[in-house]
Write a protein that binds this ligand. Structure first.
Ligand code: ASP
Ligand code: MG
Length: 435
């Protein structure tokens, strides 16, 4: 069971989490994020330290410490656990202060970023112990590790997570930190922002859990973006591939990378709502529901680049040359459309755009459009099911569509539209596909 920052955002929420995790009598592995806002504060502290502004860093450290100290009275009832946790938090903040006196590098930054999860897991563990629940805190730094490519080292995680469980039998609750890990050199590192979902899926897959539950503050993955579109509904079930496309193309509820380990291990992932625990949420598993369109998601901040050249006509190797330029600048391409005289691609990382355009000009006439959005429709779009693309296209008959991609997988049809048309595009798709 994984709980995000909002779900452990106050002492009251922490208690509710403890209520949820102790419902089952089965041993449960629990992954926690830092309390909401904490990782952002730690990033800010690091930023000041990079700039050698120790006063700026100290101010945030002090403010954050005061905030944590206030939680103690609310969370614990006995002076024993209040004092124990108070000492722990004081030590943590003194540790943070020690970074204002040393040379600051990215190594120190990662150590600082790790403290949010270390604090939240200690607070919750102490609370459970105070309540008399058989609980153990296992440090993620002892068994979550990345390899030399900064990818999770799955074999290592499986071996060491299993060993941790075998060495500590007979606990009801096993708590660990999301997000944080060690790298291939044994240094403290992390799985990038929002990485706690990834931790949960890696551990759930490594231990062959019955189920991986991701608890957030929304009742599952919705069939469209609830911040933009009216009357969205939670999707009861998604195929792994569908969930991966939705997460990548904008559905904020799940970190895009975390589906793979669960899929390979065949462990279902259930998305649930801490604020409404009895809501069914969304289950992501290996079942494909034939003939259904499941959901729509949008990815903002897209740039379209079109390269047109009569030299492409009947030539081979044109696409390779174009793609090599993107590769040189480590810029990944999301969508591609080709014709005999041109190719359009989309990117979301603009940091090398000027260089890329400059080099592309060797091969054709280049035009660029910013502020575009990829709208992705996900479901069973197998070519046997005639007519889905027509339904999706029909919904957009009033909207200028810049690119369409269909056939790349059996689960997705994507459209690129201008940002100013995003809301009406999403609404039109909802109105057509989900009524
Ligand atoms: N605390 C980390 C972050 O805010 C990881 C997470 O919450 O998933 O990015
Ligand atoms: Mg989070």
């Amino acid at each position: 069971m994984k709980f995000g920052g909002t779900s452990v955002g106050t002492p009251q929420r922490m208690k509710e989490v403890c209520e949820l995790i102790t419902r089952s009598s089965e041993p449960t592995f629990v992954v926690l994020s830092a309390m909401s806002g904490t990782t952002n504060s730690l990033v800010e502290i690091s930023d000041y330290l990079y700039k050698k502004n120790t006063e700026g860093a100290s101010n945030i450290i002090n403010k954050l410490e005061q905030k944590y100290m206030k939680h103690l009275d609310e969370l614990y009832t006995t002076s024993e656990w209040k004092e124990k946790t108070e000492k722990f938090i004081r030590d943590e903040f003194n540790y943070l202060r020690s970074f204002t006196k040393i040379l600051f590098t990215s190594f120190e930054e990662k150590v600082i970023l790790a403290q949010g999860e270390i604090i939240s897991t200690n607070m919750v563990t102490n609370y459970l112990l105070e309540c008399g629940v058989k609980t153990i805190l296992l440090s993620a730094l002892d068994f979550v590790r990345t390899d030399k490519n900064a990818e999770p080292d799955f074999n290592y995680i499986r071996e060491h997570a299993t060993k941790q469980l075998n060495d500590n039998p007979d606990y009801q609750i096993y708590i660990t930190q999301g997000f944080i890990c060690r790298n291939a050199y044994g240094e403290i590192d992390n799985l990038l922002r929002g990485g706690s979902d990834y931790t949960a899926c890696l551990i759930g897959a490594a231990l062959q859990s019955e189920e991986i539950q991701i608890w957030t503050d929304i009742d599952g993955m919705h069939n469209n973006d609830p911040r933009v579109v009216e009357n969205t509904m939670p999707v009861p079930q998604l195929y792994f591939e569908e969930a991966a496309e939705l997460a990548y193309f904008g559905a904020k509820i799940l970190h895009p990378t975390c589906i793979q380990p669960a899929k390979f291990a065949g462990v279902p992932v259930r998305l649930l709502n801490t604020m409404d625990p009895s809501a069914p949420g969304t289950i992501i598993n290996n079942e494909m529901q034939h003939g259904t369109i499941k959901a729509v998601a949008a990815k903002d901040g897209i740039t379209c680049i079109q390269i047109q050249s009569s030299r492409m006509l009947l030539a081979h190797g044109f696409l390779r040359k174009v793609f090599e330029i993107f590769e040189t600048y480590k810029t990944s391409i999301d969508m591609v459309c080709t014709s005999e005289v041109g190719v359009s691609v989309t990117i979301d990382n603009r940091s090398h755009l000027a260089d890329i355009i400059n080099e592309l000009k060797q091969y054709g006439t280049v035009s660029v459009e910013d502020n575009m959005v990829i709208i992705c429709v996900v479901g069973d779009l197998d070519t046997e099911n005639v007519g889905f693309e027509t339904r999706a296209c029909n919904a957009l008959k009033e909207i200028p569509v810049r690119m369409i991609s269909y056939g790349g997988s059996n689960h997705n049809i994507s459209f690129v539209v201008r940002n100013e048309d995003k809301t009406r595009t999403l609404q039109a798709l909802s109105n057509t596909l989900f009524i």
